[in-house]
Design a protein. Sequence first.
Length: 707
Amino acid sequence: MAAMTETELRAILQAERSSALGGTLSTELGDERAKALDYYNGDMDKDMPRPGADRSGAVSTDVADVVEGLMPSLLEIFASGDEVVRFEPVGPEDEDAAQQETDYVNHVFMQKNAGFLTLHNFVKDALLQKAGVVKAWWEKTERRERERYVDLTDDEYALLVADPAIEIVEHEERPAAPMPMEQMPAPDGQAPAPAGTLHTVTIVTREEVGCCKVEGVPPEEFGLSRRARSLSTAPYAYHKRPVPVSDLIAAGYDRDQLDGIPAASDTETTEQQARQTRTFDDGPRNDTLNQAMREVEVTEHYIRIDYDGDGVAELRRVVTAGPQGVVLKRDGKPENEEIDRMPFAIMSPIIIPHRVIGRSVAELVMDIQRIKTALLRALLDNAYFANNQRMEVAEDCATEQTLDDLLTNRPGGIVRVKRAGGITPIAVQPIGNWVHPLIEYTDSVREWRTGVTRQGQGLDANALQNQTATAAAQAFTAAQARMKMIARVLAETGIRDLFLLIHELTRKHSDQQAVVRLRNKWVTVDPREWRTRNDMTVSVGLGTGSKDQMLAHLSSLLTFQMQALNGAGGLGGMITPRNVYATLKRMVENAGLKSIDPYAQDPANVPPAQPQPDPKMVEMQARMQLEQQKAQTQAEAERMRAEADITIAREKLAAEVTLKREQMQAEMQLKREQMILEADMARAQALLNAQSKPATVSAVQLGGEVG
């Protein structure tokens, strides 16, 4: 079978959109939503037109009171802590991964998106307009930073141009002034090299950033097939909205095709008009002046259809624009692709079985608002009539000025009559004694239907009078049960689906690691590793009772755990430090603190304590250690005594050696001196001997001369 033509596809899309809930052929849903908005804004002119100027036009605001009374409690349940949802592990090996995914997905929702505002609008649309709708998608944006550099050298400019992420949008060159010879000497006495070029550039740094985006969808922009029993299996859904042509061109859509699509109509639906809190006069359109901001109506269709002709319907996303439903082209190709799931999360506070869109809380009190408005107006009119009674005037007592004087009603006014007693006030029956019980009854019905009570609001000082503590507690518990039921429905439908969608988009489209601050620690998160994980459940942050009640319960549990941990009652093996740490962690979370790390340490990160030794063994070890110390002391004393003896002997020997050496030196010196003395005496004796023989010497000398 051949693939479907574009004409056939457009015809099917237009038919599905027209018949969908919220479409052009199904205006009942839009009218009901518009009526709820009117009641919320205190505009009841369609159901209860204001009477004349002399009658009360007061309006009761029960719808607004109930919606605004539920909002603080519901938002506290979902957004008071760091975790809107928690991914629960299904095994001991899955705890770290589940905790990291919990932290990162909540970080994406609350920090990278306007998480609180999105959650606020999500819940409020559900309470007021039957269904809240949120859309999540993966968006890649180009982050641009413009910078200007002045007088860059050639090397600096070349380094800048080499960066592929930088685009030069402006460039100016000028020759650099040469440096004097004495400041830049050249080698070998040559002339300095010629000066280079200075560059002044303006650059744009481009960086592609991808992130999961979350945004609330106005209910009038969303439509769903009548046959849908759940959003995941719905055969058709659409999202229509006006989009500037500039945004579409920037996203890659064909500009020539967009030029031929007429601008979106300025006509607002009844629901859009009801949302306006102020009436604006229609002014001239600026499309003819600012063509780039001309808005066209773009519709994203999500339909299960057999487009390729294989006999099996697949879920496809088709984008059309204009009243004719022209399929837009992106990068030269029609915007018609197969997808895995619809990018929406939807929830209603009161579920109607087998239907996606249920009832709103506003519907429960709209009839009460009408009844109370009628009773309030009657009570005020009765007060007006009591202050301005009608008069009975006898004709024989009236003058020509009597009726004029009666019609001129002012304090201290004078009414002229012919004689006294001619004017008699007509008594007005007070109805307050009957109206007030009716108003109280309608208030009690409203509280029973919605769970929003005066006791729970903490505003009425008389709300608890004439009530026993048990009765007040029962009433408060019943109101809490209704509120918890609404919170549980919202949690298990829209909020759960939304965070599963964020998780899926993050793990499918993330292409790099991210370094983020989670629980006061910088951690590296790689969503690409999540692709292999399918064992995941979601637990939305709902507890039993208020945070104060939870803290009281946890405090009692902690007391029991500490007693059991200390072995009281023979329960020492039942509780571990890990259990105590889990209780402390929940107490910190309910106290509104960011992290438990400054207050307690995870037992898993604490090294195990050493086992306590046997006291007898300790005593024996101490005795042995004492004896060992005594033995060591004695050995040390013996060693020191031996060393002292050796030292004394060594010193004595050294002294003896020194004495011997000195004696020997003295003896040698004495012998040396004796030898010198003997030599001197020998020389003296020889000299004396020579002096005692003079003649012999003369004869010898004379004989020598003669010979």
